[in-house]
Design a binder for this molecule. Structure first.
Ligand SMILES: Cc1ncc(COP(=O)(O)O)c(C=O)c1O
Length: 389
């Protein structure tokens, strides 16, 4: 890994690569809320058209994100799911085989099982705890391995450099969804990944007010993702691109605050008898604590809380919260809490969820930027509601 040189992540997320700007131009990028742009008559140059991803808001945002991930190029699309679908379709064809981590977002699992099966792309799931399973699962048709760097919702940390050894030996692509980590905490391309996906709905935007996704990688991969986006159509709207860029200016500040709030909450919760388990990679008791410390610059803003008393206790708990919003999604300035059994992992059976480490009573808490004392006071109200039964 070559050490990062040049401006730091906070500077890049505010300015992109700092450069001299012309006098009398706006200090903040305006919104080009325009589907199309005037063409010189007779020009055979590429037209500017917002579905093509070449609207100035889209271009500026993608440049900035590529810098944050240390990628040659990046592209934004209309959702994290669109990013996941197009990144895979850029490297997989009918008849190809994908090896995927078993510990992934339910929506991604649905994409692989329903849509990829329909396209003739076979997927084999690997339990990331079985270290040798990655190499064993690869066959002559395998074109890629897919993992989530920090898993949803159990917050396990995947050994990306170890899997990169397999993909590099086999000459196949390593695709990493790094949504939960964000480039502030982890940059997969520095550890041997080829393609990074993020749901920009989450940390990049950080204000729970848009849906967006991004893919970063080499110019040739991003050119192919762009080609697919132009044909299938899920480009990002200029207003959403502008809001994402505005959100990204505080990315480092927000992630650092979420990291510290989550660690404080996790340490507090791990002392409470009401929780059967507390998942956070910053806890010394977490199975991947050493790996997270080696690979990550921060442990992330999420905490998995498993309440004793199952689903009924979780519902009483969530109903009492006032600071923390009961809603799916994550990584906004506001803390959010949800039950994966009813949201991200609804499609799995209770037995499948239990096998994945998501028993009923599992609450996924995304710590926002509030004061940690207020988050904890709210969680204590939730515990009171459970006891009051
Ligand atoms: C890890 C992960 N990847 C991808 C997605 C999909 O993102 P979006 O909702 O922006 O389509 C999600 C959504 O929660 C997610 O948690």
């Amino acid at each position: 890994m070559t050490p990062r040189t040049g401006p730091g992540l906070s500077t890049l997320s505010i300015h992109g690569r700092p450069r001299r700007q012309a006098d009398w131009t706006p200090a903040v990028m305006p919104i080009y809320q325009s589907a199309t742009f005037r063409n010189p008559v007779g020009s055979d140059e590429e037209v500017i058209y917002t579905r093509y991803g070449n609207n100035p808001n889209q271009v500026d945002l993608a440049r900035k994100y590529a810098l944050l991930e240390g990628a040659e190029q990046a592209i934004f699309v209309a959702s994290g799911m669109a990013a996941t679908a197009l990144a895979h379709l850029a490297v997989l064809r009918p008849g190809d085989h994908l090896v995927s981590s078993r510990w992934i977002y339910g929506g991604t699992r649905l994409l692989f099982d329903s849509e990829f099966a329909r396209l003739g792309i076979e997927v084999t799931y690997v339990d990331p705890d079985m270290k040798r399973a990655w190499r064993k699962a690869v066959n002559a048709n395998t074109r890629a391995i897919f993992v989530e760097a920090l898993t949803n919702p159990t917050l396990r940390v995947i050994d990306v450099p170890a899997i990169a050894k397999v993909t590099q030996d086999q000459g196949i692509a390593l695709i990493v969804d790094s949504t939960f980590a964000s480039p502030v905490n982890f940059r997969p391309l520095e550890h041997g990944a080829d393609i990074v996906i993020t749901s920009a709905t989450k940390f990049l935007n950080g204000h729970s007010d848009i849906i967006a996704g991004a893919v970063a990688g080499t110019a040739s991969v991003i050119d192919e993702v762009t080609r697919l986006m132009r044909v299938w159509g899920p480009s990002i709207d200029p207003h959403a691109a502008w809001l994402t860029e505005r959100g990204m200016k505080t990315l480092a500040l927000r992630v650092e605050r979420a990291n510290s709030n989550a660690l404080t909450v996790a340490k507090w919760a791990s002392q409470r008898a009401e929780f059967a388990a507390v998942h956070h990679p910053g806890l010394a008791t977490h199975p991947d604590h050493a790996l997270a410390t080696k690979l990550f610059d921060g442990y992330g803003g999420l905490v998995g809380l498993v309440l004793k008393g199952g689903a009924a206790a979780a519902q009483r708990f969530a109903s009492r919260l006032r600071v923390i919003t009961h809603a799916p999604s994550l990584a906004g300035v506001e803390s959010l809490i949800s039950e994966p059994r009813l949201t991200s992992h609804k499609a799995a059976s209770p037995e499948e969820r239990a096998a994945l480490g998501i028993p009923d009573g599992f609450l996924r808490l995304s710590c926002g930027c509030e004061d940690s004392a207020d988050i904890i006071a709210d969680l204590m109200l939730g515990l009171e509601a459970v006891r009051a039964r």
